[in-house]
Design a binder for this molecule. Structure first.
Ligand SMILES: Cc1cc2nc3c(=O)[nH]c(=O)nc-3n(C[C@H](O)[C@H](O)[C@H](O)COP(=O)(O)OP(=O)(O)OC[C@H]3O[C@@H](n4cnc5c(N)ncnc54)[C@H](O)[C@@H]3O)c2cc1C
Length: 490
């Protein structure tokens, strides 16, 4: 196998695969390396006994105008994977104060003019509260980029105090912050929240991909090979080689590869503290990197059902007590599992019937937790989640053929080394909180010659997989520019 490349990308998560595919398409000799047998990272799609499913619930936003559509077009790979945006995509389930019943609203993946009214109805908002609710939504959806950028240092919760909003709407926005960014609403940066909210308002959410969400990364890998690049799976990068203040390549368990540019999708903290090594960075940068805060984690249960129990592909349940703000999260961290949880459930076979044997389904259920791969309260949370599932979908347990529990330890072993206490099992990447968003987001260009970061830690914005793809596009541009500058200078 060829050992010399123009660019090496470590990690075939959505960010790494997007970046590598675009570079190969633009004529750069690219090597993409991943430790797993299948590309996709946290959005990997697995195959087992006739099922294809992600390890945990994954659904994307925005549905329309996504980075995925743009990348597929540049790669000329649109025929390989379809972006699925069903009419009845998501069921919101809200339990109001003083009742045991959940009210449901079915929402389409592509927004309709009736959407806001249906939300008002589901949350049972009183008529007198509506002018303030409308003012808030109107302000958020019409803000300019400059106005949004001025909110980098304001939390979403504190931004919302500018309006007199009813509790059910605050609960909805708390749940939305938890599910879209996997952080508490009172830490989430208002700038990141509003930019993403605008994308969702225009383009909807709850998109999925034919063949499985992770099929996208598989298609990107086919594209790299078609364009003359190489993809090396089941290969763990042990070290990024450095000489005279610049990267020179990588050392893996399958051999050594050289390139003047290395792009890492392994996470900033594992890249700096383990793959490159502390000796190559100054103390100020190291202390900044060590202090970066990960998003929270998601843990849960995969249920394999012998019946097509679910009618819709995605469900989100919440109440005034369920969403996590910092106070509730810190309580949970001490082992006090809340009475009620936000529950996220994705059923891939409702999106695409080929993803399960006929008449069967796999339901991927999750709830929030800390990013710690050790997660001391995992057992209690699994039990609570299972009880919540029984309450939300009576009769489902009678269809369960088998179930599997997953946690932050699985997320970490699949995708991200734990190198700082409490980190490794993060759901998204770095937390999109005040101090880490907009102008404060870590630069995708590392302070070491030829080293870049790609994926959810740097270079992009938005919800999970979309942030990763956005970063993949932006970092590919950055690398192209770097190559041009080097060519001009030499
Ligand atoms: C439980 C859960 C639910 C989620 N739900 C959603 C959702 O509904 N919607 C959404 O948009 N997002 C969701 N996300 C988040 C989303 O999946 C991630 O934010 C996104 O996929 C991260 O992409 P990435 O490119 O940053 O990196 P990752 O997916 O973390 O990929 C990193 C890659 O680098 C590889 N790697 C790391 N170290 C090495 C090494 N030393 N050698 C070789 N390879 C290495 C890993 O194997 C991995 O493939 C969810 C995540 C989880 C865990």
């Amino acid at each position: 196998m060829e050992t010399k490349y123009d660019v090496i990308v470590i990690g075939a998560g959505i960010g790494g695969a997007t970046c590598a595919a675009l570079l190969a398409r633009r004529g750069v000799k690219t090597l993409l390396v991943d430790q797993n047998a299948i590309p996709g990272g946290k959005a990997i799609t697995m195959s087992k006994q006739g099922f294809r499913y992600e390890f945990w619930p994954i659904s994307g936003g925005p549905s329309l105008n996504s980075r995925f559509a743009q990348v597929l077009e540049e790669l000329d790979m649109q025929s390989e994977v379809e972006l699925l945006t069903p009419q009845e995509a998501a069921v919101l389930m809200y339990r109001g104060a003083g009742t045991d019943q959940y009210k449901c609203q079915v929402t389409p993946a592509v927004p309709t003019p009736e959407g806001p009214l249906a939300l008002v109805e589901m949350l049972a908002l009183q008529a007198e509260t509506l002018p303030e609710v409308a003012r808030m939504f109107s302000d958020i959806t019409s803000m300019t980029e400059d106005e949004i950028a001025r909110l980098d240092d304001v939390t979403f919760a504190s931004f919302l105090t500018r309006y007199e909003l009813p509790t059910p709407l605050l609960s909805y926005l708390g749940m939305w912050s938890n599910i879209v960014f996997v952080v508490p609403i009172d830490l989430l940066a208002a700038s990141e929240a509003i930019k993403t909210f605008q994308d969702f308002a225009r383009g909807g959410a709850a998109r999925y991909h034919s063949g499985g969400f992770g099929k996208m990364a598989e298609v990107f890998c086919h594209s790299i090979e078609r364009d003359g690049g190489s993809v090396l799976l089941k290969t763990r990068v042990e070290k990024v080689s450095v000489e005279n203040g610049a990267v020179t390549g990588i050392v893996t368990d399958k051999g050594t590869f050289s390139a003047p540019i290395v792009v890492s999708n392994a996470g900033i903290q594992p890249t700096v503290l383990r793959l490159v090594g502390e000796q190559h960075f100054d103390k100020g940068y190291l202390s900044h990197v060590k202090g970066l805060v990960p998003s929270l984690g998601i843990m849960g249960i995969r249920y394999f059902l012998d019946k097509a129990f679910f009618e819709h592909p995605m469900y989100l349940s919440f109440s005034d007590e369920a969403y996590l703000d910092t106070e509730r999260f810190l309580k949970m961290k001490t082992g006090e599992v809340p009475d009620e949880l936000v529950v996220f459930n994705v059923v891939p076979a409702v999106y695409d019937a080929s993803l399960a044997p006929a008449g069967k389904q796999c339901a991927l259920v999750g709830t929030l937790c800390s990013a710690d791969p050790g997660l001391p309260y995992a057992e209690a949370l699994w039990n609570k989640l299972d009880a919540m599932v029984k309450r939300l979908w009576p009769g489902m347990h009678e269809c369960v053929e088998s179930s599997e529990r997953y946690s932050t330890s699985h997320v970490s072993s699949l995708t991200r080394d734990a190198v700082v206490p409490g980190q490794g099992g993060e759901c998204v990447g770095l937390a999109q909180i005040v101090g880490q968003c907009g102008k404060h987001k870590p630069s995708a260009r590392a302070p070491l010659g030829g080293l870049f970061y790609v994926g959810c830690d740097a270079g992009g914005y938005g919800c999970g997989t979309h942030q990763a793809a956005d970063s993949g596009v932006n970092v590919a541009d950055l690398v192209m520019r770097e190559r041009l500058i080097r060519a001009t200078a030499s």
